[in-house]
Design a binder for this molecule. Structure first.
Ligand code: SAH
Ligand code: SF4
Length: 370
């Protein structure tokens, strides 16, 4: 059985040709899959019964089963743990961010404007997906890093996570609005399959998900950052920096032995020059390690002149790492120090903490390793 989402349009066209189907059939299947979001052959009522039977015999639409899903208590986050046929586990998380007019404190005195449907249209629904089962990069604070590398996901296994949620949201008349590669795994360590998944989801005759609504987050693999820059994609790029001196970063992220901070930043400059796009730096705030105003000032002087933005988020606690999360007050001070030195910074709130929504954490909870 082949996973239908593993097929790009030319491959699907060839397959249908082998089955003696006319050329236009491939487009019909493609549109059924990615525009109508069908998830079983029976739904393709515009195809012949014999073709639907062939699809049932040869193609699968669901490459994993749902092992667990959890909704956060505020109802804004749904996390799904999928089990692959080889028993490996991957995660995908949907996060809803309301319109500022509706959130964060709706009160009886300021009731949100519009019908639920209109409010739904203003809301952002960001889907965080995995590119690998486990991860080989070994960042010490990360639950996925703590479990090690299991295997690469195919492009279709990446696409299928999106389709699963898109099909679910469709039932409520909703759509995914952003896709971030911040689930399990290092997307640039599975470069080809990640890009193939983006291309498949971006196809204008299919799902047509805009390139600018994707964000790739990388640990900082320099050759791939440069390759990505050369390809001049419109996809957003985020770099997990987390430290401003090499000693601290090596202790947190072993990859820094190979690619030092200055090399990563040079690759980012190259990216900005090639694409004219801003880079985001991710910063997990760890109490007393990387959250002081001195660190913020040092970071600002390193980043000066680079078109960028810092996304800081208090550390999500994991079983294998004893660092503590920065509290609100210190986080606000960090942001202020960075901004005073000219670098824009956002503090992201931890989402879905009650459902282990940090990277790799639900899998760890189920296997007893987090
Ligand atoms: N491998 C990629 C993408 C997946 S991790 C990368 O590292 O960028 C997505 C983001 O979550 C990264 O910025 C990563 O550093 C961060 N992260 C991992 N574990 C975390 C934790 N315990 N607390 C806060 N952020 C964490
Ligand atoms: Fe891998 Fe990213 Fe986790 Fe590091 S933070 S171990 S690169 S998933």
């Amino acid at each position: 059985m082949r996973l239908i989402y593993d097929l790009d349009l030319p491959t699907l066209t060839n397959l249908l040709k082998e089955w003696d189907e006319p050329a236009y059939r491939a487009k019909q299947v493609w549109q059924g899959l990615y525009q109508h979001l069908y998830n079983s052959p029976e739904q393709f009522t515009n195809l012949s019964k014999s073709l639907r039977e062939k699809m049932t015999e040869n193609l699968t639409f669901m490459p994993f089963s749902v092992k667990v899903y959890q909704d956060s208590s505020d109802g804004h986050t749904r996390k799904t743990l999928f089990e692959l046929p080889d028993k490996n586990l991957i995660e995908a998380v949907l996060m809803r961010y309301g319109d500022p007019a509706d959130n964060p404190h709706p009160s009886p005195l300021s009731s949100p404007k519009g019908t639920p449907k209109e409010r739904g249209a203003r809301e952002r629904r960001t889907l965080c997906i995995s590119t690998q089962a486990g991860c080989a990069m070994g960042c010490v604070f990360c639950a996925t890093g703590q479990m090690g590398f299991k295997r690469q996901l195919s492009s279709g296994e990446i696409v299928a996570q999106v389709m699963y949620y898109a099909q679910m949201l469709k039932k409520q008349d909703e759509t995914v609005s952003n896709i971030v590669f911040m689930g399990m795994g290092e997307p640039f360590h599975n470069y080809e399959n990640t890009m193939a998944a983006i291309d498949r989801l971006n196809d204008s005759e299919g799902y047509h998900f805009g390139a600018r609504r994707f964000t790739i987050s990388t640990v900082g693999l320099v050759p791939q950052i440069r390759r990505f820059a050369d390809e001049q994609r419109q996809v957003n790029l985020a770099i997990s920096l987390h430290a401003v001196d090499d000693d601290t970063r090596v202790a947190m992220m072993p990859v820094n032995k190979r690619y030092k901070i200055d090399e990563v930043l040079e690759a980012c400059e190259y990216y900005v020059a090639k694409t004219s796009r801003r880079v985001t730096f991710e910063w997990a705030l760890i109490h007393g390690v990387n959250d002081t105003p001195e660190v913020a000032k040092k970071l600002a002087s390193k980043l000066r002149g680079l078109m960028c933005h810092v996304n800081a988020i208090p550390l999500n606690p994991t079983a294998g790492f004893d660092g503590k999360a920065t509290d609100r007050q210190r986080a606000a001070l960090f942001k202020e120090s960075l901004e005073q030195a000219g670098i824009p910074c956002t503090i992201r709130m931890r989402r879905g903490i009650d459902i282990n929504a940090g990277c790799g954490q639900l899998a760890g909870a189920v296997t007893g390793k987090s």
